[in-house]
Design a protein around this ligand. Structure first.
Ligand SMILES: [Zn+2]
Length: 267
C-alpha cells in the first residue's frame, strides 16, 4: 500500500465502527476521497482535531486496491473553519457548499477547480460574506464546472445574440431562446436575475454581495436537479435560518416605521 499525500478540504465526517471516524475529503489532486481515521473518536485524537468539517488540511493516506475506504495516516490543519460554528447561517451555507461538492465530485477524479471553489466559498464565509450569496454562487459555479450551464447571451436554437434584459429559458432543451424560438413552456428570468447570473459568472465571489432574485434561485435548483437528480438537504436548514433572519429584520424595521400608538390624553 503506497502512501499518498494531498491537500484536501473536509466535506463531512461520521462515526465508523466503535472508535473510528470516516472523513470525506475533497482532495486537490485526488478528488472525493473517503478515509478512515483510526481511533479518532477518542478525545485526544490529533486526527479528529485536524479534520473538523470544512477545514483545509494536508493529509497523507494509504489506499488499498479495491477498497472504497482509504486509511488516513496523518492530517495537519492549514485553515480551520471553526469560527463559523458561532454563526449558524454562515455554517449552514458552508454545509450547502460541502454537500454540492459531494454531489458533483465523483470519487477518484481530479477536482482542482472544485477544490478552489469550495476553498474560496469557505474563506469568504469566514470573512463575513453574505451566506446566501455564497451558497448561490456555489450552485451556479458547480453547474458551470459540470459543463451544464447554458450560454446566456445567445439563442440556443439559432445562435442569434439576445438583447439586454429578461430572458426566456427552454427547460426541455436546457437553452435560452430568442422570441422566435420561444417554447410553449418557457421559464422567464427577470432582467435583475440575468444581471446576477452575469455578475456571478464573471466576478470573484468577493464582488457578488447578495443572493439572486427568486426566479434565478428556482431556475438554478431546477438545473441542478435535472443534472444530478439529487436534492441538497442542507438547503432546508439554511433557508429556515435566512427566513428567520429576514423576519427579525422586518420586525425591527416595522417597529421603527410604525410608532407605537400615543397615549390618549383626552381621557
Ligand atoms: Zn432563436
Amino acid at each position: 500500500m503506497p502512501l499518498r499525500r494531498d491537500e484536501a478540504l473536509v466535506l463531512a465526517r461520521y462515526p465508523f465502527r466503535e472508535r473510528d471516524l470516516v472523513v470525506v475529503l475533497l482532495g486537490r489532486a485526488s478528488g472525493q476521497l473517503r478515509a478512515v481515521a483510526r481511533r479518532a473518536r477518542s478525545l485526544r485524537s490529533s486526527l479528529a482535531t485536524a479534520t473538523e468539517p470544512l477545514a483545509h488540511v494536508r493529509v497523507s493516506f494509504f489506499e488499498r486496491a479495491g477498497s472504497e475506504l482509504a486509511t488516513l495516516d496523518e492530517a495537519v490543519m492549514v485553515r480551520s473553519a471553526f469560527d463559523l460554528a458561532a454563526r449558524p447561517a454562515a455554517w449552514a451555507a458552508g454545509q450547502v457548499v460541502a454537500e454540492l461538492a459531494l454531489v458533483y465530485c465523483p470519487p477518484g477524479q481530479r477536482a482542482e477547480p472544485a477544490f478552489r471553489l469550495v476553498e474560496r466559498c469557505v474563506s469568504c464565509l469566514l470573512g463575513g460574506h453574505d451566506p446566501a450569496a455564497v451558497a448561490w454562487y456555489a450552485e451556479l459555479w458547480f453547474l458551470r464546472l459540470g459543463g451544464v450551464f447554458p450560454e446566456i447571451d445567445r439563442c440556443g436554437a439559432c445562435g442569434a445574440e439576445l438583447a439586454a434584459g429578461a430572458r426566456l429559458f427552454d427547460p426541455a432543451e436546457k437553452r435560452f431562446t430568442c422570441a422566435a424560438h420561444r417554447p410553449a413552456a418557457a421559464v422567464r428570468l427577470s432582467a435583475a436575475g440575468v444581471d446576477w447570473v452575469r455578475a456571478a459568472s464573471r466576478r470573484p465571489l468577493e464582488r457578488v454581495g447578495h443572493a439572486p432574485p427568486e426566479d434565478v434561485s428556482g431556475w438554478l435548483v431546477a438545473l441542478r436537479e435535472g443534472f444530478t437528480e439529487r436534492p441538497i438537504r442542507s438547503w432546508s436548514y439554511l433557508t429556515r435560518l435566512l427566513g428567520e433572519g429576514a423576519a427579525a429584520a422586518r420586525d425591527e424595521s416595522t417597529a421603527g416605521a410604525t410608532p407605537a400608538p400615543p397615549c390618549d390624553r383626552t381621557r
